[in-house]
Write a protein that binds this ligand. Sequence first.
Ligand SMILES: Nc1ncnc2c1ncn2[C@@H]1O[C@H](COP(=O)(O)OP(=O)(O)O)[C@@H](O)[C@H]1O
Ligand SMILES: [Mg+2]
Length: 464
Amino acid sequence: MTMAVDKILVVGKHPEAQQMVRPFAGQVYAADEIETLASLVSAVEPDVIVYDASVSSAAIAESTRSLQRENLCCPAIVIRHPEDKEDEPPLRQLGVLDIVFGYCDTQRMGVIIERLSSAPTDSDDRFFIEDCPPAVSIVGKSQAMQRTIRMIRLVAQSACNPILIVGETGTGKELAAQAVHWVRHGGERKFVAVNCAALTATLLESELFGHVKGAFTGADRDKTGLLELAGEGTIFLDEISEMQPELQAKLLRVLQEKTFRKVGGSEEIECRATIIASSNRNLLKEVEEGKFRRDLYYRLSICPIALAPLRCESRRDDILLLAEFFIRNSNICPEKKGRIKGLTKLACETLLRHNWPGNVRELRNVIERAILLEASDRIGTSTLILNPEQTDSTHTTESWAGTMKDFSLEKAEKELVKKAMEEAGWQKTRAASLLGITRATLYAKLKQYNIHEPAQEQEIAQPV
Ligand SMILES: Nc1ncnc2c1ncn2[C@@H]1O[C@H](COP(=O)(O)OP(=O)(O)O)[C@@H](O)[C@H]1O
Ligand SMILES: [Mg+2]
């Protein structure tokens, strides 16, 4: 029998719990002290935590919060005695994956754990495409993305509401939100999105809650808010960190009471939508700086879904996969569709070296521009236009910050040529190709700027 998951961490004092999960895991770890759980979780990195019936709901809430604080979010299953059914709703509110009643229901425990391991491990299919319409396809096989996709599934299949998605700009937060929506609600229900940074506080408020006629000047008719329009579907609050404090308080009330009132209205309207918020800022830092409400933060961050930046070691494996995906699927230039077969080796290297401050969005733009410019059937370095300032190298980028201060085109060009030579290991053909210029032009530039290989240089080499 194949094990459903690799590692399970059982918390509590009842040995029955360990016996119960043993058939489903490669390794079972036990913790009888909840105080030291965080360090154990970070050492063991379990696939799931199981709290046995000896651990109180309050203790589970406390430990969930402390794991969150340490960024050690992990799905949790709770065991309860069959007579403790009233524990279920508050536990679900905490975002626990599921609850098993009694130590005898091994079958149910098995089903829940099996579900955890159902992330695809197919190796032929290079892209992970969720059971979703093409527009919601999530591409990625890197470790970081596998983890994220797993989390998306888990959170979508739990009753967790609200849901927080964090990550730098362009990492795929909105796409992840749509995937959650799709997994949870299918294609039937609505997905409505609003960018909290794009509207003034007043506008955002009436956009979210709606207003009644005469609520303020200009409100000449009733307006239905997005919370209501979303119905039993999903409302996506993009860039939640930009929401004004007063509105944050009103949102918190919606999350707690599950009802709201239109601006100027008195009727309580029920909110049945899944609320997904995203942030590209570190919300905890915003909380510490007094810009984001702490209570709202805790309410939101039950089981956050995190998207790693593209430059992270754990996500680098996705760069070429995504590039190929965009080459194949972009509609930017229909007449070229299918004609461009891929990337040259050097182009691949260039993509891998870049540090992608704009993440997947930037990569997509770079590839689409290259598709437009490329005349051959492979995208080469001359059509990949990257901001060289942001290309990673083992050398310090400080010199770049310096050049930016007293910027001149000449200086910038010199730096660029030098950098390309360094990156090409002083091979002129490669450097020329990196720069998208001919060898002859490169020779001329090297001479013009008096650029030599460091061994021949008089200056003291910079420490690397
Ligand atoms: N894993 C991915 N697979 C395919 N396309 C992606 C992926 N992540 C992001 N994208 C694409 O990159 C762009 C930016 O993604 P988006 O979800 O809007 O990012 P964010 O909301 O984090 O700024 C979108 O065009 C999106 O479709
Ligand atoms: Mg976005």
